[in-house]
Design a protein around this ligand. Sequence first.
Ligand code: FES
Length: 72
Amino acid sequence: MATPVKVRLEADKTHYFCTCRKSADGVLCDGSHKGTTYRPQPFTVDTTKEYSLCACKKSENLPFCDGTHRKL
Ligand code: FES
């Protein structure tokens, strides 16, 4: 079971959510998708703080965890 990863994100900056599952931390793009058809999903946050990002990729509120991993 892939559990959420806590990451401190800065407001007003574009972050890139990993959709390929190959990034080192499982949630933020590190370029590991190169050579695949996957592309990172850009997103921003309104407040600088720690967020729980979805590592199971099944959340209905991607890139944020909504607890779906507990049902898998
Ligand atoms: S490393 Fe996974 S989308 Fe970029």
